[in-house]
Structures are given as structure tokens and as C-alpha cells.
Write a protein that binds this ligand. Structure first.
Ligand code: SF4
Length: 346
């Protein structure tokens, strides 16, 4: 079972404008070859009503980092001592989610009620043997204390809000009776019916065609404005980040290598890996043009020095492969970890 080997001495300080602060998050996983640390000192902050994009290739640690918030890590994983996941509850108290037992009462109250999650594959959110309505009504009653009639009325209202036609019919349908795009909308309705203050969206549009993807992104944004929630949006696609995120954290091999306002990072990326992610997507003026995939694969173990040096065409021999770069401030809330920036600043 995943455990949180963790002291309960978390600093309770969370600035008022923040809903969430991840501080020095480290996650270890036991493997046949020994222990690995796929998340190695992640720091993130998320303000009320803001969207933070977490971007990186598969294996960068972004999904694992967010699963830690819900204590939904694999059984072999462990949040390491010294990690803090500070979260402001609806009652206004600050709790450290890293200290909660994965199956305990405290995290179960947070999960679904205060933090909700949507995935790439909506069927993972549903039980196939219950109607959409029954699943929503159960969650609404559990987390919002509504009676059955009021919960059903809210479920129908939410299904209408996410753009499903004829919500009075949909509420009594089973998940397999809906099309893929409709299931995606129903999944969002279920997640938001409990009025969470944080929505974690883990690649929710990756499997969709471009048109449906644009509709779902617009839907998430409009519901966010209406409900006032914050969103942690996980994707491998910088194009999606540019559309949805206020701030972006670029992750590589379990570390944040660049963090800042999305507009700045997308227009003037400072880390070579961020530039690589941007070059790998079709921007408006690149459509029809050549895209440049990032060369090489993620190493199986963390290299010494800068973790990106095995794939970086600007790596400085004798430095990047031996010395880990510190973060360099690029603006009030913008920084990156690269020796080239350190050189420019010195
Ligand atoms: Fe490339 Fe060196 Fe910068 Fe790492 S520190 S991203 S290897 S230039």
C-alpha cells in the first residue's frame, strides 16, 4: 500500500492568495532494481481561480505529482519525508495532504469534495453498472449533504451546464449509452457536481479530435469562471497549455525546469527543454510546416549534473554533465534551471 512516511510538522503558512503550495515534493518507488525517485523536489503554487499547466513528456513525473495530492499513488510509491502539499480547505484551514493516510477519513473528505479529477479516459471515472445520475447523486449527497430530490435536480442541472442535450434523459442513461464526447462531458459534470475548489485535469483532451478538444477546453474554462475553482492541467502538449494555463511548470525527469506566466514562457522560453516542447507542436504560423521533435529518449536513470544534458544540443561539456544548475530568476514569478542562464546573469 502506498504510504506517506511523513512527519506531521508541516509549515501551515500558505499565503492568502494561494489555494495550493507543493513544497519540495519527493516521491520514491520501489522497483526490482532498487529504489528510484521519479519526483525529486517539485515546488508549485496555484492561486484561487487560476489555472496552472503542468507540462512534460510521459515519464516526467507530472501525473505522479498530482496523484500525490489525492493520495492516489501506486502501492509501491511513497511520499518522502520533508515533502509538503499545503491545501486550503473550504472552511479556510490549511492542511498538509502529504501527511494524510492514503485510505484515511481526512483524504476521503478532500477527494471528490474539495479536489476532483478528470482523466483522458472517461470510462475510468464511471461504474458501468450504475446510471450517470445515480453516480452523480451519490457523490452530491455524500459531499454536499443534499437530499435525493435536490441531488437529482443538481445532477440534471450540471449535465445541462456541460452541454449535454436532453439532460433529463441522460441522467437515467448508463455510461455505455453515451458517445465518447458525451462521456467526456458527463465526466466533467460528475467531477464538478460536488463544487470542488480544485480540479485536476490529467490529459482530458488527448484522445479527442481537434474540434471536440477545443470544445472541451472552452467548457472547462467557462465552468471555471462560473464556479470559481482552480485548475491543475496536466498535458504533454504546449499548444494546450498556451490555450488554458495562466502559469506553467515545465517538468523533466521529476523536476520543474522552468516555471512562469504562460504568456512569457510561451513567447520567450528560456530552458532548452521548454523550447523543444514548443518546437514539437504546430503553432498557428507553423501549420503545414516542419515540426522538430525533441531528440533522444528520457534516460532510464537520472544522469548526473543537469538531467537534460544527454539530450541538450547546448550542453557545456564538463559542466552540464557534472553540476546541477540552480534556478535563475527571470522575472518576479518566472525562473528556469539552466547553466546558460546563470552565465548570462553573472
Ligand atoms: Fe542544456 Fe546545460 Fe542548460 Fe541543461 S544546463 S539545459 S544541459 S545548457
Amino acid at each position: 500500500m502506498a504510504t506517506a512516511a511523513h512527519r506531521m510538522d508541516a509549515p501551515a503558512a500558505l499565503p492568502d492568495d494561494l489555494l495550493l503550495a507543493v513544497r519540495d515534493l519527493k516521491i520514491a518507488i520501489g522497483t526490482d532494481e532498487g529504489r528510484i525517485v521519479p519526483v525529486n523536489g517539485v515546488d508549485l503554487t496555484l492561486g484561487h481561480g487560476r489555472t496552472l499547466g503542468l507540462v512534460g513528456e510521459s515519464g516526467s513525473g507530472k501525473s505522479l505529482s498530482t496523484k500525490a495530492l489525492m493520495q492516489l499513488l501506486p502501492n509501491t510509491a511513497q511520499i518522502l519525508d520533508g515533502s509538503h502539499l499545503l491545501f486550503r480547505t473550504k472552511q479556510g484551514s490549511v492542511v498538509d495532504l502529504a501527511g494524510f493516510a492514503p485510505r484515511g477519513k481526512q483524504i476521503r473528505a478532500i477527494r471528490g469534495g474539495e479536489i476532483a479529477m478528470i482523466f483522458q479516459e472517461p470510462m475510468a471515472s464511471f461504474s458501468p453498472v450504475y446510471t450517470i445520475g445515480n453516480q452523480m447523486i451519490e457523490a452530491i449527497r455524500l459531499h454536499r449533504g443534499f437530499d435525493k430530490k435536490a441531488a437529482r435536480a443538481l445532477a440534471i442541472d450540471m449535465l445541462g451546464k456541460v452541454g449535454l442535450s436532453n439532460p433529463r434523459l441522460r441522467v437515467d442513461q448508463y455510461p455505455h449509452e453515451l458517445s465518447g464526447g458525451m462521456r467526456q462531458r458527463a465526466m466533467i459534470a460528475i467531477a464538478l457536481a460536488t463544487n470542488p475548489s480544485l480540479l485536476i485535469a490529467d490529459e482530458p483532451t488527448t484522445a479527442l479530435d481537434v474540434t471536440t478538444q477545443a470544445q472541451i477546453l472552452a467548457l472547462i474554462r467557462s465552468l471555471q469562471d462560473e464556479l470559481g475553482m482552480s485548475v491543475l492541467f496536466i498535458t504533454h502538449d504546449m499548444g494546450v497549455i498556451a490555450q488554458v494555463a495562466d502559469e506553467v511548470a515545465v517538468m523533466y525527469m521529476g523536476e520543474v525546469v522552468e516555471y512562469g506566466p504562460t504568456r512569457d514562457v510561451v513567447r520567450h522560453p528560456q530552458h532548452p527543454y521548454t523550447r523543444g516542447l514548443l518546437a514539437a507542436i504546430p503553432s498557428i504560423d507553423q501549420i503545414g510546416g516542419r515540426l522538430t521533435p525533441i531528440g533522444g529518449d528520457l534516460p532510464s536513470t537520472r544522469p548526473s549534473g543537469c538531467p537534460f544534458h544527454t539530450r541538450c544540443d547546448q550542453a557545456i561539456s564538463g559542466r552540464c554533465d557534472t553540476v546541477q544548475p540552480e534556478s535563475t530568476a527571470l522575472g518576479p514569478s518566472w525562473w528556469a534551471r539552466c547553466h546558460l542562464l546563470g552565465q548570462a546573469a553573472s
